[in-house]
Unconditional design. Structure first.
Length: 384
């Protein structure tokens, strides 16, 4: 879950405030109060001096060498959608489907999608091919694309896992991702696809530049590779590993703070590793106490997921929290890497020894090849 490769916010794009789940619940009241205040102010103002027009939010560039769902900063609301193609589908059908989806995503990004429910707002997206479809159509995908092995402790739900085609759309508000999902399904309908599963996620509201916390209360994403790191990419594409991880937040919260910190390997409030003083200090998994025990315990999550155990290899992590029911809350682990064998090595260590295991249940999984980006004359999947 809190893999030490982390999940920072991309600072290359202009920052925008995030809206967490609680903030969204109260958004209507806030907007109503704001509208009333604005009206009262306007009545008392000289009509010859109208208020300046609000600056519209900048659009997220859809076209580029790599898809915007990886190059743009994480937006606070996301939806993942898995589709299955009919058994009769061939490469031409797949290319047609991807072109139709790309048209919707491009229009959503530049604000030209005709829908009164949508307003100009940042939207990022990605589309990825599952290994079963790649094998069935003999697609030219990286040899590393393969299903993950079974891990000890997995409780996977097949109805929530896998898929021929994975889509992700992210925005400032869940409203937007829901409307876009509707448009994507409408565009896909002529190709006979079926919806396999979909999952909504969110990030908590934090000031720009700060690391968001997960549902255990710890900062989640303190050390991540640069998204431009060539070690993550293969011909401007990469591989997504997705895991839906239920978290027993009540049981974890009942632990004393020091037990929580020893289990994680980081301090709760600062996010600093137990071997450092600042959040972004590199965890030193080899420092010991005078009695010979490790400062970061042998079963600490940070130790077992440390890149030092994998020759420095890292995965780009852009995870989200989910909250589907009081007893079904947790993490949507979304990590990107050139070879999912890295995730397999890390997860095998975690499954065997992680102190967090009593509080975690992996109940869904997927792997997919994230396609290179598109251009106006070269839609998604044109290279397939």
């Amino acid at each position: 879950m809190h893999i030490e490769s982390g999940n920072p916010q991309d600072t290359a794009a202009a920052g925008r405030p995030r809206f967490g789940r609680r903030a969204l619940l109260s958004a209507g009241a806030v907007l109503a109060a704001g509208a009333g205040a604005a009206a009262a102010t306007a009545i008392g103002r000289d009509s010859g001096h109208p208020a300046p027009a609000a600056t519209p939010p900048a659009a997220v560039p859809h076209y580029g060498a790599r898809q915007s769902g990886l190059t743009y900063r994480q937006l606070p609301a996301t939806r993942l959608l898995a589709l299955d193609l009919p058994a009769s589908a061939d490469r031409d059908a797949l290319r047609g489907l991807l072109a139709a989806l790309d048209k919707v995503l491009a229009a959503a990004s530049d604000g030209s999608l005709a829908d009164p429910r949508l307003s100009a707002a940042p939207v990022s997206s990605l589309a990825a091919i599952g290994p079963s479809l790649a094998a069935r159509l003999k697609l030219p995908v990286p040899a590393e694309l393969a299903e993950l092995p079974a891990f000890p402790g997995d409780r996977l739900d097949a109805a929530r896992s896998g898929g021929d085609l994975l889509l992700q759309v992210s925005a400032e508000h869940p409203w937007t991702t829901g409307v876009l999902t509707e448009h994507l399904l409408t565009a896909a309908k002529p190709f006979g696809v079926s919806s396999r599963w979909n999952q909504a996620g969110f990030l908590p509201s934090v000031p720009d530049g700060e690391t968001p916390r997960n549902l255990f209360g710890f900062k989640d994403g303190s050390a991540n590779p640069d998204p431009a790191d060539p070690g993550l990419w293969n011909a401007d594409g990469t591989i997504l590993v997705y895991r839906r991880i239920r978290m027993d937040t009540a049981a974890f919260a009942a632990l004393p703070t020091d037990r929580q910190e020893l289990s994680m390997g980081r301090h709760l409030m600062s996010g600093a590793p137990l071997t450092g003083t600042g959040e972004h200090d590199d965890p030193d998994i080899y420092i010991k106490h005078p009695d010979g025990s490790y400062v970061i315990p042998v079963d600490a999550h940070v130790r077992l997921s440390s890149p030092r155990l994998d020759g420095g290899a890292r995965m780009l992590r852009r995870g989200y929290s989910y909250d589907d029911a009081p007893d079904d809350r947790g993490l949507l682990f979304c990590a990107f890497m050139r070879d999912p064998a890295l995730f397999t090595r890390v997860q095998n260590r975690l499954a065997e020894n992680d102190a967090l295991n009593p509080f975690l249940t992996h109940n869904a999984t997927a792997v997919a090849w994230v396609l290179p980006g598109s251009q106006p004359d070269r839609p998604l999947g044109s290279t397939l």
